[in-house]
Design a protein around this ligand. Structure first.
Ligand code: BGC
Length: 505
């Protein structure tokens, strides 16, 4: 038995595999891509509420913020300020296209390495920023890093994980996203009053990027990518190593078959338009739209701003962001341990109910008690903080991690990188929309904004209940046969499969 074997279990019943230390280590290292992503999500809200930063780059917002008569709901409404947050997601969206090509042609590992490179250059520009152009250029490069990382990491993990542990290992990505958000909240809390606080906060992003850059030297390439790119022997050897057993023939044959089929597809993007790809495309796209329309990033990006809107002082606002960030991290463990036991659908539906209640009550309290120029009475402010924690925890064990896990496991190999690109880019477009529009929406819709998001939550709960198949424990290369072709609705897309799924020679 190889030394790296940790447990004598793993893999679907018919695919012998153990959960080896090497797989665990590779997944943890790759998941540092999530730490970069999370740090960025969490850092901008705090930085944009720091007076020194506002004075230097956004003097108009600074003046407005300190104007006593300024409306509670509108004091941070500024397009340029929102662009600081949102530009990153625009760049991530565009670069994830290049990343999907890179993933297919050069492999998952190099794509992950490029992610850390772009990100590091972005951090340097941001930390040294002397003007808004440097700031936004830095954000764009960080975005390229995120685009490359988010494209490659979930795919990488799903491909090297044994089926039985795929969900839990994939959720490591989200776990590190939440750890990154929390780390950023903490850094902001401690740097807020420092003259160069914002530079320290933005510079801190180098830490996860350096971890990823050095760590990625130690990870293996996935057997699927090796075989797909014409290295079958290395693929077989890697498969034996990461599975911890000699008898990997069945899994190897499965991968070889799928790569053979995949090779017949000359235009994966064109293939994605075919009827037999609709189930996966629609599912991935809807999951991303829904994930963002839970309203989670209103909290993640703008928690300090939101808490200031509710009348908390600067310090208390940053501290409240630390509280929500901690809940986010802790609750993600529920997903790590439950996603392969309770299944994906259960978590999504349960969380939709929980998040709906939290949003409606928050909206009700704000509508009743937070007017244009007062502060929320203290007790209500704490109730709202509690409700936000209820909301965030529901998201953290469901729509957060599963928004990344499900798209990474449902596409057949021939459309996997292209299909996952659609998922990543949809996520980024909708993250961009929320980041760019939220402060303006808050100013116009006021407390109603919470009812807006809760309406979406009803729709997504119904969608998960009615249309989403369960993918727990199914081999990633057997999804079409075992899941989609058996689903009451989606099986219709495979009716004329012979002439639908493959390119004509
Ligand atoms: C989402 C992010 C979100 C984060 C919160 C991720 O899955 O993609 O947009 O900020 O979860 O933990």
């Amino acid at each position: 038995m190889p030394a790296q074997v940790m447990a004598a279990t793993g893999g679907a019943a018919d695919l012998p595999a153990k959960l080896t230390a090497q797989v665990v280590v590779c997944c943890i290292i790759a998941a540092f891509g999530g730490l970069m992503f999370g740090y960025d999500i969490g850092i901008s809200g705090g930085v944009t509420s720091m007076d020194v930063f506002l004075k230097k780059f956004f003097p108009a917002v600074y003046k407005k913020k300190h104007h006593v008569k300024e409306d509670n709901y509108c004091k941070f409404d500024d397009q340029l300020l929102q662009l600081f947050t949102s530009s990153l997601y625009l760049a991530a969206m565009v670069s994830s296209f290049a990343a999907s090509k890179c993933c297919k042609r050069f492999g998952r590992k190099i794509t992950i390495q490029l992610a850390s490179f772009f990100f590091l250059v972005g951090v340097i520009l941001n930390t040294a920023a002397m003007n808004i152009a440097m700031l936004i250029t830095g954000r764009l490069l960080l975005g390229a890093g995120i685009g490359f990382g988010n494209q490659a990491v979930p795919l990488f993990i799903s491909e090297i994980a044994p089926n039985k542990y795929r969900g839990g290992l994939n959720v490591l990505f989200q776990l590190l996203v939440t750890a990154g958000i929390l780390a950023a909240n903490l850094v902001n809390y401690f740097t807020a009053s420092h003259t160069y606080g914002w530079r320290i906060s933005l510079g801190g992003a180098a830490i996860p990027a350096l971890f990823l850059a050095f760590g990625s030297l130690l990870i293996v390439e996935t057997p699927t990518s090796l075989i797909e790119r014409g290295y079958p022997e290395r693929g077989l050897e890697t498969l034996r190593k990461i599975r911890g057993v000699q008898d990997v023939q069945k899994e190897y044959d499965e991968i070889v078959n799928t790569t053979e089929l995949a090779k017949q597809i000359k235009h994966p993007f064109k293939n994605l338009m075919k009827r037999s790809s609709w189930p996966q495309i629609i599912t991935s796209g809807m999951l991303q739209i829904f994930q963002q329309f839970t309203g989670i990033n209103v909290i993640m990006f703008y928690a300090p701003v939101l808490f200031q809107t509710m009348g908390f002082h600067s310090d208390a606002s940053l501290l409240s962001a630390v509280v929500t960030g901690s809940i986010n991290l802790i609750a993600t463990f529920v997903a790590v341990f439950c996603v392969d036991k309770l299944g994906r659908r259960f978590l999504l539906i349960e969380a939709a109910i929980q998040m709906f209640i939290a949003q409606v009550v928050t909206g009700g309290i704000l509508a009743a008690y937070l007017k244009s120029t007062n502060s929320l009475p203290k007790t209500y402010a704490y109730v709202v903080l509690f409700l936000i924690c209820v909301f965030v925890s529901g998201f953290a064990w469901s729509w957060g991690p599963l928004g990344w896990l499900i798209p990474s496991e449902i596409f057949p190999l021939e459309t996997r990188t292209a299909g996952f690109f659609i998922a990543v880019s949809m996520n980024m477009i909708f993250t961009f929309i929320i980041a760019q529009a939220f402060l303006t929406m808050l100013c116009h819709m006021r407390a109603m904004i919470f009812f807006f998001f809760s309406g979406w939550i009803v729709v997504m709960g119904i969608y998960a209940f009615a249309f989403l198949p369960e993918t727990k424990g199914v081999s990633i290369d057997e999804m079409n046969e075992k899941v989609w072709k058996k689903h009451w609705l989606w099986k219709r897309c495979f009716k004329h499969e012979g002439d639908q799924t493959r390119d004509k020679p």
